[in-house]
Every structure is written in structure tokens, then in C-alpha cells.
Design a binder for this molecule. Structure first.
Ligand code: GDP
Ligand code: CA
Length: 327
């Protein structure tokens, strides 16, 4: 069984951890793992150069979460982290002092940058870093090319992380630009992971700046539309709000309501030219189920709060169960 996941950071990583727990239970390999072959294609639009090192927030969140090293309360970064280096850099008045670089995290960025400077593409660097963390999945960046999400504001265009972390998405966004995307190609393995999958899962990741960014890499949307695998997704919007973070500001910027049905329609059904086959909403959004069904969607409602790993495994099970309901 080959499963391909299109993931952002915290939401995608937590979901994938639950999915792996489910697969270990259902398809055990006898050695504590699973015979299922899971590939995660990660958003790299949030990546940035900072203090001369390459930071890949979503790849790192996936690596730390699946590798058992994440700061649980925060959802990103390393547990038992310190910030001596960042504090000392701030004393020089350099860089982006609002962007936290933990000391342990910095080691990851230094290692990545060293390997990039040796000439390895990001996909090979990611595989090398993952050897240490053993995430239990094949972790792929969406592209080896530098594609950065920029936010168009009334005062000019800024990097996504500046808008998200520094301004807490409170500066109105007029739109998003994927700088460099026209020259980008999917990383090795990405198109194959979509084409040869038995099922593609879109976790509750940010629909605009995580999932939307991956789909923006030339060739990815077409590969998703063309795959013979069913494409099932979990709503990142629960009861009219993003569960955590400011995804509502991203949706507003592209004119989509923060509403589970609106996000489904934004992605669209593959039968109608979109990218999904089935959509799992939260029980809080159960009233939208008959409306989406009337539009032809395969849809169900379930508890979708990823409170712990067993609860998240149950969400993954409900999402995969939608495959059997497809027409
Ligand atoms: P990021 O890159 O760290 O922002 O992470 P993602 O893009 O992967 O996921 C962020 C999104 O996950 C948020 O915008 C929320 O809408 C969604 N999310 C977070 N926690 C939960 C949860 O427990 N349940 C559901 N359904 N969605 C969640
Ligand atoms: Ca992200």
C-alpha cells in the first residue's frame, strides 16, 4: 500500500504521525513499523535564508514531529531547546530578531546549509538529515528549487514568515506570490509518488500557503488530477475557524470564506476539474454534509481535533474509509 501525503508544517505533521500509528496497527511489518510505504511531499514555500543558513520550517516540523523530537506544546521546533545564539545575534542588531532560531534547531540549519553548499539538492539534503531522525516516511520537498511565498500588502511585498510571525497575519494581505515558481520543477520522486500512489491524502494543512503552494509547483496539480489513486482530504477549518494559527487571514486574502464547505469548493472535486475526491469535515460542520453531497461530493463528518496520536489515528481512519464510499 503506497500512501502519499501533501503536507504543510504543524497540521500536516500531526496528521501524518496519526496516519503512521494507524498503518502500524493495520499493516504491521512485525518490527514495530508498517509495510505501508508513506511519502510526504512538504511545502517549502515558507523557506528562507536567515543569518546565512537555509531554514525549512515545514520540513523541519515534519522531521521533528515524526522523529519524536518536536516541542509538543508548540507543535514546531525542538523540545528542550535554548536560544543562546539568537540572543547573542540580537545583540549585534542583525537578522530578523522576531524569528526564533533555537540552538538545536540551528544545528539542523547549519547541517542543511553545509550539505547544500557541497552541491546537494534539497531533496538529497532532506534524505540525509532524515537518516538521523528516522521519520518512518520518505520525506520530499515539493521542489529542489528556491520558491518562496511572498505576501502582497498595501506597504509592499514581504516574505511569508515576516507576515505570519512578525505581523501575526494582522496586516491585510492582498494576495500571495510564489517567487521563483515559474522556473521550478517538482523534486525527484514527487510526481512518481502521486502517480504510483494507492491513495493520496491531503491532511488538515493550510489550504492556501501549504497545500495551495505545493499545487502551484508546475506539474503537481496535473499529476494529482491524473493519478488513478483516490484523493481524500481532511478539512483544516472546524466550525468556521482554523483550529490553530491564522489560516482565516490567508483564505480571506484569496476571497474564500473560512468555512469547511467553502474550502472544499475552493479545492474542487476532480470530477469537476478540481483536485479532491472526498472530504472529511468535523462534526461541528455536519450541517454542510448534505449540502456537499447534493453537489456530488463524497463527504463525511467525524471528530477532527488532533488532540493526541490515537485521536489523530482515528481521524486518518475516517478519512481513508471515504475511499470505499467513492462512486
Ligand atoms: P503550518 O505550516 O505549521 O501552518 O501547518 P499546516 O499548514 O500543515 O497546518 C496548519 C493548519 O492545520 C491550520 O491552519 C489549521 O487550520 C489546521 N489544524 C491545526 N490543528 C488542527 C486540528 O486539530 N484539526 C483540524 N481539523 N485542523 C487543524
Ligand atoms: Ca508552514
Amino acid at each position: 500500500m503506497r500512501v502519499t501525503v501533501l503536507s504543510g508544517g504543524v497540521g500536516g505533521a500531526r496528521f501524518t504521525r496519526g496516519l503512521l500509528a494507524l498503518l502500524r496497527e493495520r499493516l504491521p511489518d512485525g518490527a514495530g513499523g508498517t509495510t505501508a510505504d508513506v511519502t510526504v511531499v512538504a511545502n517549502t514555500g515558507d523557506d528562507l535564508w536567515l543569518h546565512g543558513v537555509r531554514v525549512c520550517p515545514d520540513l523541519d516540523t515534519l522531521m521533528y514531529t515524526l522523529g519524536g523530537a518536536v516541542h509538543e506544546g508548540q507543535g514546531w521546533g525542538r523540545r528542550d531547546e535554548s536560544t543562546h545564539v539568537a540572543a547573542d545575534l540580537a545583540a549585534y542588531g542583525l537578522g530578523w530578531e522576531w524569528f526564533t532560531l533555537g540552538d538545536l534547531d540551528l544545528a539542523t540549519h547549519l547541517a542543511r546549509t553545509e550539505l547544500l553548499r557541497r552541491g546537494l539538492p534539497l531533496s538529497a539534503v532532506t534524505a540525509r538529515l532524515a537518516e538521523r531522525w528516522q521519520p518512518g516516511v520518505t520525506l520530499l520537498p515539493m521542489t529542489d528549487d528556491e520558491v518562496e511565498t511572498h505576501v502582497v500588502t498595501d506597504d509592499g511585498t514581504i516574505h511569508f514568515e515576516e507576515w505570519w510571525v512578525r505581523h501575526r497575519a494582522a496586516v491585510p494581505a492582498r494576495g500571495f506570490v510564489q517567487a521563483g515558481v515559474e522556473r521550478a520543477t517538482p523534486a525527484p520522486g514527487v510526481l512518481d509518488a502521486l502517480g504510483s500512489a494507492d491513495v493520496v491524502v491531503v491532511p488538515p494543512s493550510n489550504p492556501v500557503v501549504s497545500v495551495g503552494t505545493i499545487l502551484g509547483v508546475p506539474g503537481v496539480r496535473d499529476a494529482l488530477r491524473a493519478t488513478t489513486a483516490p484523493v481524500v482530504a481532511v478539512s483544516p477549518v472546524v466550525g468556521g475557524a482554523p483550529v490553530r494559527g491564522m489560516a482565516d487571514a490567508c483564505l480571506a486574502a484569496i476571497g474564500v470564506a473560512t468555512d469547511a464547505a467553502a474550502v472544499a469548493r475552493h479545492h474542487g472535486r476532480r470530477a469537476d476539474g478540481g483536485v479532491l475526491d472526498a472530504w472529511l469535515v468535523d462534526d461541528a460542520d455536519a450541517p454542510t454534509v448534505p449540502l456537499l453531497r447534493a453537489d456530488g461530493w463524497t463527504v463525511d463528518a467525524a471528530p477532527t481535533l488532533m488532540t493526541d496520536v490515537p485521536a489523530t489515528a482515528a481521524i486518518a481512519a475516517r478519512a481513508l474509509a471515504l475511499v470505499d464510499r467513492l462512486p
